[in-house]
Design a protein around this ligand. Structure first.
Ligand code: ZN
Ligand code: ZN
Length: 291
């Protein structure tokens, strides 16, 4: 079933035409619990992984000191389901993006000086190259210190979900537009408009591309060593909507049965993790940020 975001209460560019220059497409992924095969796009589902290629492991330190931890599938997207990666072209010759992470908290100053959480690894593939598929990946583990945690405290293992990609228009967080425009937006929403931040600018939930919110920290620039301002390639969210985000709930999700937490994860204190990539090249190293 498709998922459809309700129209925004107003067309924000009719009130602020200068926002048109900032319009970006976000592909909302709309994960919903369900089984998939390795030939389908999914979150937390089976990956099209070559049987002859070693399964990736995390070799960072873990609380239980039991050695490397097998990475877990987070996302698999086929280009046929998300033909447009907003801000990028699919890397030459690839049609499959796979994202895996270790389900344990790590810091990695080379990826981000302040970030703490699961550290994802991205693989770009040509699906036709994968002839023999690995059917049983090694088990991963939440390597917690049993003195403080219970295995059920595993926040980063996803409930397997199928995805329903949908393109929506997004506009930046008020912290990323010129101050003068941000002031006019604030003034307008105080007297007449719907809330810009929650209803008009940025969709909640998991997505590819679009704009990042800065509701927790205020805007801070994330720049690539090459000098380019990085953009969110992926947003992995703890919830698909909460708080002020309810106007973005797809029309197909019935009020009696819908669940805002289909993935059953908790990243960034029940927030979202964003994978920033360089608009110049997807070969440049990623950066991470949580809000
Ligand atoms: Zn690890
Ligand atoms: Zn770069």
């Amino acid at each position: 079933m498709v998922r459809t975001t309700p129209p925004r209460p107003i067309t924000v560019t009719e009130v602020f035409p200068e926002l048109s220059a900032y319009k970006r497409t976000a592909i909302r992924l709309h994960p919903r619990p369900g089984a998939s095969s390795a030939d389908e796009s999914s979150m937390g589902g089976p990956l099209l992984w070559p049987a002859g290629e070693p399964w990736p492991h995390c070799t960072r330190d873990h609380e239980d000191e039991a050695g490397p931890v097998a990475l877990l599938p987070v996302l698999q997207v086929y280009a046929r389901d998300v033909p447009e990666l907003p801000g990028w072209d699919w890397p030459e010759g690839t049609d499959l993006l796979q994202v895996l992470w270790c389900p344990n908290d790590h810091r990695d100053p080379s990826i981000d000086p302040w970030y703490e959480g699961p550290i994802p690894t991205l693989f770009w593939r040509r699906s036709a190259d994968v002839q023999d598929v690995l059917h049983t990946p090694p088990a991963s583990r939440f390597a917690c210190d049993p003195e403080y945690y219970h295995p059920a405290d595993d926040w980063y293992t996803l409930t397997p979900c199928v995805i329903h990609p949908e393109a929506v228009a997004e506009y930046p967080d008020a912290g990323e537009v010129p101050k003068e425009l941000a002031l006019r937006i604030h003034e307008w929403e105080e007297f007449s408009g719907p809330e810009y931040q929650y209803e008009l600018s940025i969709s909640p939930g998991c997505k590819v591309g679009g704009w990042p919110t800065w509701h927790l920290t205020d805007f801070h620039a994330i720049d690539c060593p090459c000098g380019a301002r990085m953009q969110p390639l992926l947003t992995i969210a703890s919830s698909e909507w909460h708080g002020g985000g309810e106007s973005w709930i797809p029309v197909e999700d019935h009020p009696d049965t819908r669940d805002s937490d289909p993935l059953g994860i908790d990243v960034g204190r029940y927030g979202q993790m964003r994978v920033f990539a360089c608009p110049t090249s997807l070969d440049h190293p990623i950066r991470l940020d949580t809000q």
